[in-house]
Design a protein. Structure first.
Length: 127
């Protein structure tokens, strides 16, 4: 029984020492891109008043800071962000009180340019 209590105490101490990504509401923080022109990032379920650092990795690295409101949400406009649909982008948001969230936009299917595709098609059919 003494061993069980020891493991319970150690487990509780370890859980308290590791910052949680779940806000006080019990829901994990979420970040998304709500507009692309201008590039706008929205977050929810961060801790109220938490300072959030937003990093966008696209055609370069872009950063912004925004405080979460009383409901744990924020919106940050980062107009200098430029990205290539063929390569996608990543948005990470990290709060000063431990909340974290990320969003990854997968690269679009970008193939052979239309002129090149037509040339390939004509060569194939002319044989």
């Amino acid at each position: 029984m003494g061993l069980t209590i020891l493991f319970g105490v150690l487990g509780s101490a370890l859980a308290a020492a590791i910052p949680s990504t779940v806000a006080s509401s019990g829901t994990a923080a979420v970040v998304r891109v709500s507009e692309i022109e201008p590039f706008t990032v929205s977050g929810r379920h961060f801790r109220p008043g938490e300072q959030v650092k937003i990093v966008v990795q696209a055609k370069g690295r872009f950063e912004a800071q925004q405080a979460a409101g009383p409901d744990g949400s924020f919106t940050a406009v980062i107009p200098e962000v430029k990205f290539d649909e063929c390569k996608g982008y990543v948005v990470k948001a990290e709060g000063s009180l431990g909340s974290r969230a990320a969003f990854k936009r997968q690269a679009a299917e970008c193939g052979v340019p239309l002129a090149g595709w037509r040339a390939q098609r004509e060569n194939r059919w002319s044989r």
